[in-house]
Design a protein around this ligand. Structure first.
Ligand code: TYC
Length: 254
């Protein structure tokens, strides 16, 4: 069975879905403007429910965790990391693994570094620790939501309505672009040496949004990490190749 509920964390009612009854608790962290529903259908449906208890959350300002409206202060990833960890604590999980996609991967990297005693294992894909000038150009290609693919735009507009979607997408581009002005474009590169848990980095060889360089950078700076390239994978490899993805992740978590 699957539950869907809200619980107040850091003063904000956060929405999450939960399924499975395994001893190993796992939190799924969605990407920009993402939610448990939009980003993790195949994981909530098909990951092993005997082995895992799976929670997927909607970060504040995303999905069903509105209000508050989403904003992007300079520390928005740290704020998400704290929210995520405190959500799991509110749900009474003492120790848990993190599976983070893209922006959710950045949040997961920060959480693993800052709360090492709470995190069992870490999986990230489509994530990055720094923002390059090339990234900044890529971000600007998605600023105007009328240029999104019909399918992705429709899904977002169903969730948010046109206005909130368009406004929040622009705010995200500005928010993430802040990092390009910092030394080395740093988001969380300084925290990578603090990640001590077993870490699995997955990357799609055909990801048009996040260059492969970022996965290699993470692999280089997270001691003992494992890197797996899915040659045909794009940014949404966990949705497009869900069975292969779930299998890889389950093997790593065991
Ligand atoms: N980081 C975004 C996410 O969380 C994806 C993204 C990456 C979007 C790069 C645009 O240029 C971009 N899904």
């Amino acid at each position: 069975s699957k539950t869907s509920d809200k619980i107040k964390v850091n003063g904000v009612p956060l929405h999450y879905q939960q399924t499975g009854q395994g001893d190993h608790a796992v939190l799924l962290l969605p990407g920009m403007l993402g939610s448990s529903q939009s980003d993790f259908g195949p994981q909530l449906k098909s990951m092993n429910k005997q082995l895992f208890t799976i929670v997927a959350w909607d970060p504040r300002g995303y999905g069903h965790s509105i209000p508050p409206a989403r904003d992007f202060p300079p520390d928005f990833f740290e704020r998400d990391a704290r929210d995520a960890v405190e959500l799991m604590q509110a749900l009474k999980f003492k120790k848990f693994s993190l599976l983070g996609w893209s922006d959710g991967g950045i949040t997961a990297l920060i959480a693993a570094a800052k709360y090492p005693t709470l995190i069992h294992k870490l999986v990230v894909w489509g994530a990055n620790a720094i923002v390059t000038q090339e990234d900044r150009k890529l971000y600007n290609t998605i600023r105007d939501v009328s240029k999104w693919s019909e399918k992705n735009r429709k899904q977002m507009e169903e969730m948010y309505g046109h206005e909130y979607f368009a406004k929040t997408c622009e705010a995200w581009v500005d928010g993430i672009s802040q990092f390009a002005d910092k030394p080395d474009g740093n988001i969380c590169q300084h925290l990578l040496p603090d990640i001590k848990c077993p870490t699995f980095i997955i990357h799609g060889g055909k990801d048009p949004l996040v260059p492969q360089f970022h996965a290699e950078y993470l692999h280089k700076h997270i001691k003992g990490s494992r890197l797996f390239l899915m040659p045909e994978g794009k940014h949404n490899l966990h949705l497009r190749f869900a069975e292969e993805f779930n299998g890889l992740v389950e093997d790593f978590l065991q």
